[in-house]
Ligand binder design. Structure first.
Ligand code: SF4
Length: 111
C-alpha cells in the first residue's frame, strides 16, 4: 500500500465473500441487534458463532463462505457493520489483497 493513498471502496463485495471470521465486540453486537430490532440474546443465538480461538464471537457465514448479511452485493447491516469490515482495506489488509479488491486509489480520503 502506497503511503498517503486512500483506497475508495467500489462495493464489489468481494471482501464479504471471503470465508473467515468477522470478530464482533460486545458494543458491535449490541449495535447490530438494535439495528435489526432484535433482542441481543436472540441476535447472538441466531447470527453468531464462537471464534475458533474461543476468545469471542464471529458473525455466521452462509454455507458458501460469504457473510450471512450479504444480499447480492449489498451489506444489509452496512450502517452498523463491524470495524473489521469498515476498516478494510485502509486500516488493515493482507498480502495479495489487490488481486481481489476493486477499491480505487486516491491521493487522499474524500470529504
Ligand atoms: S473488496 Fe474492496 S472494493 Fe470490494 S467491497 Fe471490499 S473493500 Fe470494497
Amino acid at each position: 500500500m502506497e503511503p498517503g493513498t486512500y483506497y475508495q471502496c467500489q462495493r464489489c463485495a468481494n471482501c464479504c465473500r471471503w470465508p473467515g471470521e468477522v470478530p464482533v465486540s460486545d458494543e458491535e453486537l449490541q449495535r447490530i441487534a438494535d439495528y435489526l430490532e432484535m433482542p441481543l440474546y436472540d441476535f447472538v443465538a441466531k447470527h453468531t458463532d464462537l471464534r475458533l480461538n474461543r476468545t469471542g464471537l464471529t458473525l455466521k457465514e452462509k454455507p458458501n463462505g460469504e457473510c450471512e448479511f450479504l444480499d447480492g452485493n449489498e451489506c444489509t447491516i452496512n450502517p452498523v457493520k463491524p470495524i473489521q469490515c469498515a476498516g478494510f482495506p485502509n486500516e488493515w489488509n493482507f498480502k495479495g489483497w489487490r488481486e481481489s479488491c476493486e477499491a480505487i486509489p486516491l491521493p487522499e480520503k474524500p470529504d
